[in-house]
Write a protein that binds this ligand. Sequence first.
Ligand code: GLN
Length: 185
Amino acid sequence: MVIGVLAIQGDVEEHEEAILKAGYEPKKVKRVGDLKEIDALIIPGGESTTIGKLMKKYGLLEKIKNFNLPILGTCAGMVLLSKGTGLNQILLELMDITVKRNAYGRQKDSFEKEIEFKDLGKVYGVFIRAPVVDKILSNDVEIIARDEDKIVGVRQGRYMALSFHPELSDDGYKVYKYFVEKCVK
Ligand code: GLN
């Protein structure tokens, strides 16, 4: 099982380490040709506006949209999978959700806490200027993680989006296994 990590911007190496810890093979994805060598793709955190622009520039946007790959988007990756943010930015629009960027405001820009994750119980969540799901636009979207009243994890078929960074916590590798079980197999 080869899991690609979009290596345009963001914490790519941390994802690669977590993929190894979960028992899979990581591979950096930098150009369109790399997509043929992977079974699933992770879109990491970073700055979604920048990642969107660069995906388009490198021809990755349309290819990823049409490739039918299982995709896990974390933080900025969640933003990119969504259908809208209320701002004018380039998105993949693969999931029936809209998101609110930087939803936790200034004081709580970044924080860590345990959250409730479907089937996994408590998972440690590292939130960095995190988005949350604003609206769910179809019944195909399943909520898989919550932080109190906020939706911080969703799945729709082969796509999964998380507000937080599983690559930055010790137990985060469980989330990659969950992704493979639910979205890839
Ligand atoms: N705030 C960033 C954005 O909306 C996401 C932050 C992150 O990925 N850590 O693009």
